[in-house]
Design a protein around this ligand. Structure first.
Ligand code: URA
Length: 241
């Protein structure tokens, strides 16, 4: 996972095995460039995806990558698993190398799963304080009622974590189908919330993260890269480094 920022002088010193004094001289000579601009400032920050050059030599040039996967049921949201297929197994081998999952879905859940190598982006997506919404379509075993709407909006006490869930949106679409909006991701959260009503979740499908919708043309089990606009739609707070 790439998320670290470093001061340029420290980055160069570590990378080139030279002393701070030698690095100061190197910087003063104007031979170092970040993202194609000459820099002489050792205090400048090098982001995880900054392109750093010494003359023609590339010292770092990593690409930030963001993918959406239409997750099928029966796949683990993990990079490795000894028993089941993982989300990473569904990507081309060369594609998945350095990616991690930004916001898991349970084994039987389906829909929008995001993968990235950008640790800052994924952290901001899942920090509850940032209130990035995740929207789900849920099918229940028993009929719904307005009591559910109130209980979801009020929040529920989760004994195990010692927290009250943040207000969640619930819109009843039909007797057994609801749209749920969460701004956090507790363990099995939706199942546990319906569990309070002894109502079993039969299917759970995530169709949106922030303003990013699952591409309706993306077949189950397949993935594609996000556009720049989609990277921001999922995480409006994000400022690329
Ligand atoms: N809540 C759940 O219970 N499962 C999911 O996969 C996502 C939210």
């Amino acid at each position: 996972m790439r998320s670290r920022y470093a001061r340029l002088d420290r980055f160069l010193s570590q990378r080139l095995g030279q002393s701070r004094r030698e690095i100061q001289r190197l910087l003063a000579s104007g031979r170092v460039r970040i993202d194609d601009a000459v820099t002489r400032d050792g205090q400048q920050q090098v982001g995880p995806f900054s392109r750093v050059q010494l003359d023609a030599e590339l010292l770092q040039a990593d690409q930030a990558r963001y993918l959406m996967l239409n997750k099928p049921a029966g796949v683990v949201s993990a990079t490795r698993d000894t028993r089941h297929r993982t989300a990473l197994d569904l990507l081309d081998e060369a594609t998945g190398d350095d990616l991690h999952i930004a916001g898991r879905l349970d084994f039987h859940s389906t829909g929008l799963l995001l993968l990235t190598n950008d640790g800052n982006w994924s952290r901001q997506l899942s920090t509850p304080g940032n209130r990035v919404s995740k929207r789900y379509r849920v099918t229940l075993e028993k009929p719904l009622s307005e009591d559910y709407v109130r209980a979801f909006a009020e929040g529920m006490w989760f004994e195990h974590e010692g927290i009250t869930t943040r207000p969640a949106g619930l819109v009843i679409l039909s007797d057994h189908v609801a749209e749920v909006t969460l701004t956090e991701g507790r363990y099995h959260q939706i199942k546990r919330m319906f569990g309070r009503f002894r109502n079993r979740v039969l299917t759970l499908h995530r169709f949106a993260v922030g303003d990013l919708l699952l591409d309706p043309g993306l077949e189950t089990g397949t993935s594609r890269a996000l556009t720049k606009a989609e990277v921001l739609a999922a995480n409006p707070l994000y400022r690329p480094g």
